[in-house]
Design a protein. Sequence first.
Length: 262
Amino acid sequence: MEQYSDFSAEQMYEMLEALHDKYNNTDFIEADPISVPHSFTDDRDKEIAGFLASTIAWGNRKAIVRSARRMMEYMDFAPYSFVMGAEQSDFNTLTSYVHRTFNGGDFVDFVRALQSICHKYGTVGSLFESSYLKHQDMAAVLSEVRREFFSAEHNVHCEKHFSSIDKGAACKRLNMYLRWFVRCDNRGVDFGLWRKIPASALYLPLDVHSGNMGRALGLLSRKQNDWKATAEITASLRKFCAEDPVKYDYALFGAGIDGFLR
């Protein structure tokens, strides 16, 4: 393995593993958006709750979790049943919702899209898995799933809340959602429900914290957080764990928040 920053490859590996052990555990769940799908027992509810929670996952984590839980309240704490059976009167109840720039109209359009997907594929996971089996490449999956998502009737305003890899976006929230449902390491954090997608195919959910840590450690040279940066830092992490590079997501994110290198 190559050397990064002032660390040898062995030192870097040991540090990443130590940070992984520190942060990738159930103590980290409560303050994280993943706590929202964790509040459900039905896998279909977890998928819908996780998709919506990850969609609004930018900014203050406490505010994200609070707003995502309010989403579930709007859906009578039965997100899958709500999505499958929602009619116009149900959509009308969503219009008063707001989380920063994600408004009630966006909420309605996202539920309509999820309804279309679930009627066509059965579950959200089935769409992601079938797309991966066809393409064998997560970049292609992210592109196809977005096209499928917006094939339902919608207002163009909501499109900014579903990142476009075709426009070079980092797709942080989508990669985070995929990490939640693909990874399976028996640590009680990620769900590991989508077994047809290997963890080796995932990309890091790159955000300001993991990006800053990656640059400080020499894992990332690109200055802006876009898809090229996502691909670069994931490639660096694959040199330390090819079968599961995204296992280090919480390590970089948590260490970044805690000011590990200050």
